[in-house]
Design a protein around this ligand. Structure first.
Ligand code: SF4
Length: 391
């Protein structure tokens, strides 16, 4: 790796095999950047657990699948340092040092945290609905118990009332336990300390390698701002150890999933780089298009069509013509999809082949080798940090 180049840090949570959205949104850019910068590409495995610690069981398999695809698309471990966060314990150490520099109200303003909070609150709203249904059921059962009493069916009424009282007791106990755990705070117990503090770990990820440039989309700017604040505060309070990282705003082509939402493994709408041709064909053929274009001659709106977005990314030469003909109602969706199947299967074939060419052992070796290199840098930074803090 050439020295004297600016340092870039970027990473991904290990979610398993990569899809077309990852290729267009991140990986194509990473391949370019590794020639111009000193790049550190992080497998952010601790981050993978921040919203669900049970995910730990899947992490190793996901790391293997993800790194296999990184290598297959052209990430070169000779040019870029591909490393696993948990193999470099200094991330946790720097995270701890930084956690003293960030206030709780500052973390409460973190947009991802706010999003998570509203997601949980929405879910709780649904729980309230379930409770409402439960209440109606209770009312019905009370009516029935009263009917039994009026009809002098005392044993039946007694049994029904007992069951209701027991359920009410359980409900009260559950509520009390939940309230005690929240201790009057508006933060639900689903928010872990790890999730709350993850932007601080992110700052440690970047600054451990003295990252100067961070390739991000505009929506991630607030996260980088926190890292910049931490670097500034550290330098001011202790000693000037860290650069203030700058964003490298990257325009990424829009890729939609086959259902028209953002392409994501969890939505089950993704076309994976490892999908064999018949699966690619099946997914493309089932994909939604512009719902207003029902017949071949109807004019279409390529801007909302996942098929067109994939044409624009993989089939740049023909995309303009496709857009024009779609709008003019001269191109049918069946033919348009057929052409995309040809293009995508052709583009993915060499990637799939390269991915299959690595054994698991080779992938792990690359990860271990990269992590060793990363650790050397991390140890040097931590030595500087301790010197700055404790003298
Ligand atoms: S013709 Fe192609 S771009 Fe236009 S709506 Fe159909 S699939 Fe989408």
């Amino acid at each position: 790796m050439e020295k004297g180049k600016k340092v870039i840090l970027s990473g991904m949570r290990p979610t398993g095999r990569m899809h077309i959205g990852h290729l267009a949104g991140v990986l194509t850019n990473w391949v370019k950047l590794q020639d111009e910068y000193e790049c550190y590409y992080e497998i952010a495995d601790w981050h993978a657990l921040t919203d669900n610690p049970a995910k730990a069981r899947e992490v190793n398999t996901n790391v293997l699948g993800m790194v296999r695809d990184w290598l297959a698309v052209g990430i070169d471990p000779e040019k870029a340092t591909v490393f696993r966060q948990s193999y470099v314990p200094e991330h946790a150490e720097l995270h701890l040092a930084f956690s003293m520099l960030v206030s709780v109200p500052r973390l409460l303003r973190n947009p991802t945290f706010k999003e998570k909070l509203s997601e949980i609150r929405k879910r709780k709203g649904m729980t309230r609905m379930t409770l409402k249904v439960g209440r109606l059921q209770v009312e019905e059962e009370l009516e029935q118990a009263l009917r039994f009493l009026r009809e002098e069916e005392v044993v039946k009424a007694e049994r029904m009332l007992h069951s209701l009282i027991n359920r009410a007791k359980e409900e009260v106990m559950e509520r009390l336990a939940e309230d005690a755990s929240v201790e009057g705070s508006a933060i639900p117990p689903e928010i872990s300390y790890g999730l709350f503090g993850y932007p601080v770990l992110q700052a440690a990820d970047i600054l451990l390698y003295k990252g100067e440039i961070v390739p991000i989309g505009e929506d991630q700017l607030p996260h980088l701002e926190l890292t910049r604040e931490i670097a500034r505060d550290f330098n001011r309070i202790y000693a000037p150890v860290f650069p203030i990282p700058e964003p490298l705003l990257t325009e990424t082509p829009k890729i939609l999933g086959t259902d028209g939402r953002k392409m994501s493994k969890s939505y089950n709408n993704a076309i994976f780089l490892s999908d064999p041709p018949h699966v690619v064909e099946e997914k493309i053929k089932k994909s939604v298009t512009d719902p207003m274009k029902v017949r071949r001659n109807d004019p279409g709106r390529p801007e909302i069509c996942p098929i067109f977005h994939m044409h624009a990314f993989f089939n740049g030469d023909e995309a303009e013509g496709i857009e024009r003909e779609c709008r003019a109602g001269k191109l049918g969706c069946v033919a348009c999809k057929g052409r995309l199947v040809e293009v995508v299967t052709e583009k993915l074939a060499p990637i799939r082949e390269r991915a299959e060419g690595y054994t698991d052992g080779e992938v792990w070796e690359i990860v271990e080798e990269g992590s060793k290199r990363a650790k050397e840098v991390a140890e040097r930074t931590m030595a500087e940090v301790k010197e700055a803090v404790f003298g």
